[in-house]
Write a protein that binds this ligand. Structure first.
Ligand code: NDP
Ligand code: 2IT
Length: 446
């Protein structure tokens, strides 16, 4: 970073957010890529827009007590970080994973501000979650946790204020329990959560949206560079919501997806992963990915989730978690001839891995653009709830496809305008920031 104002600002962010490396990582990347903006637009500096941009508007941390099936009490910690509502109500998912702490929720909330801006829809950015581990819990334990979590969270959210949704560990089941509890506490039926079941206000295609959107964005990026998915070998990490529907759409677009993974290891199927089998195992039966071999004995299972990046591929779609591709893995991808990395997960590549992509001319689709299809479709769910009607799957999917095209175009154009042609990471950060920054300028010192 060369700009002294940004160097000083980043120092203050580091001091104020000690022990939160993921948040510092996200802010550093964004400030680095906004350097050309700060030089062209001094009014943002004069109005303190950047200072406000890196500081959440509100952070709530709360106790979540719940009883397990044996009557034993457990205490988890709940979070909601409402980062920025300059362009719309706060919006962003809820992560339930033992690794959750304020640094994770803050980095996700910060990224969400820019991502939501790129979607073209009026949504601010937020994130929430808990260090609760849903693995191995019964449905009744999950329900008691979700009810306790919402008993506090409900004070802070609402359809015109803050609209949470799913993320790691939070799917349709958890959203259902949280919705039920909110409705009971607030005595109102509104669209205060997205990712709801279809019978009570959910949108068709929301389940598929992040994975499908990732493939729509990636296909745009490939096409703009004279390439496409057809006939390509794809490596996908993760086997959750995003990974499964990325697998489905990439396969429909003519690619062969040869891997899926979980935190224990990965499967390799040289014939292409069988979507129906993987979906049933993971989404319906909540089993481990290695169980795929019971149905496809010709496939292989390898321990160690990071080793998935050693599988040779043309296109890599990381869909598990932050910092899952480090420098070493990126170098292996490059050596094996991978020409595109497009991110379904949030911040899955370390800064060193991103440098490797650029050094090797690998097309790089950054998370906040590439995985914005999930929240974009959440925005469409909010629109349908406000209209009190529901659109067909085809209509939502067509809107999603248009939004992903427009996100790619915004990233591409902003990168070109600032002399960074082909750097979609810089393009995403600049285009995402400009809309929020302009809104903050016009709204004064708030
Ligand atoms: P799920 O809970 O459905 O699936 C998560 C997957 O990632 C599982 O396979 C899980 O394996 C794996 N995983 C989680 N943590 C780790 C870890 N520390 N190391 C290795 N693997 C891990 O979550 P989603 O599919 O919804 O989310 C995946 C990613 O996509 C996240 O980064 C999320 O923030 C991002 N995202 C999600 C959106 C959505 O709409 N759901 C929208 C945009 C981004 P295991 O079962 O072993 O834990
Ligand atoms: O990271 C994300 O964009 C999500 N988890 C989806 C958020 C949403 O509000 O749909």
């Amino acid at each position: 970073m060369k700009n002294q104002y940004f160097i000083d600002l980043l120092e203050r962010v580091k001091k104020r957010n000690q022990g939160e490396p993921e948040f510092i990582q996200a802010v550093t990347e964004v400030l680095e890529t906004l350097e050309p903006v700060v030089e062209r637009r001094p009014e943002f500096v004069e109005a303190g827009v950047f200072e406000r941009f890196v500081e959440p508007e509100r952070q709530v941390i709360f106790r979540v007590p719940w009883l397990d099936d044996n009557g034993k009490l457990h205490v988890n910690r709940g979070f909601r970080v409402q980062f920025n509502n300059a362009i719309g109500p706060y919006k962003g998912g809820i992560r339930l994973h033992p690794s959750v702490y304020s640094g994770i929720i803050k980095f996700l909330g910060f990224e969400q501000v820019l991502k939501n801006s790129l979607t073209t829809l009026p949504m601010g950015g937020a994130k929430g979650g808990s260090d609760f581990d849903p693995k191995g819990k019964s449905d009744t334990e999950i329900m008691r946790f979700c009810q306790s979590f919402m008993t506090e969270l409900y004070r802070h959210i609402g359809s015109d204020c803050d609209v949470p949704a799913g993320d790691i560990g939070t799917g349709a089941r958890e959203i259902g329990y949280m919705f039920g509890q909110y409705k009971r506490l607030a005595n109102e039926f509104t669209g205060m959560l997205t990712g709801k079941g279809i019978t009570y206000g959910g949108s068709l295609a929301r389940t598929e949206a992040t994975g499908y959107g990732l493939c729509y964005f990636t296909e745009e990026m490939l096409n703009a560079n004279g390439k496409d998915f057809a006939g390509k070998t794809v490596v996908i990490s993760g086997s959750g919501n995003v990974a499964l529907y990325a697998l489905k759409k990439a396969t429909e677009l003519g690619a062969k997806v040869v891997t899926l993974s979980d935190s224990n290891g990965y499967i390799y199927d040289k014939n292409g992963i069988d979507f129906d089998c993987a979906r049933k195992l993971k989404e319906v039966e909540r089993r481990r990915i290695k169980d795929y071999l019971e149905f496809h004995p010709e496939a292989e299972y390898h321990e160690g989730s990071r080793n998935v990046w050693t599988v040779a591929c043309d296109i890599a779609l990381p869909c598990a978690t932050q910092n899952e591709i480090d420098e070493e893995s990126a170098k292996i991808l490059a050596k094996n001839g991978c020409f595109a990395v497009s991110e379904g997960a949030n911040m899955p590549s370390t800064p060193e891995a991103i440098n490797v992509y650029f050094e090797n001319g690998i097309l790089y689709g950054p998370a906040k653009a590439a995985n914005a299809g999930g929240v974009a479709t959440s925005g469409l769910e909010m629109s349908q709830n406000s209209l009190r009607l529901s659109w067909t799957f085809e209509e939502v999917d067509a809107r999603l496809r248009d939004i992903m095209k427009s996100i790619f175009a915004s990233c591409d154009e902003a990168a070109k305008e600032y002399g960074l042609d082909g750097n979609y990471m810089a393009g995403a950060n600049i285009a995402g920031f400009l809309k929020v920054g302009e809104a903050m300028l016009e709204q004064g010192c708030v």
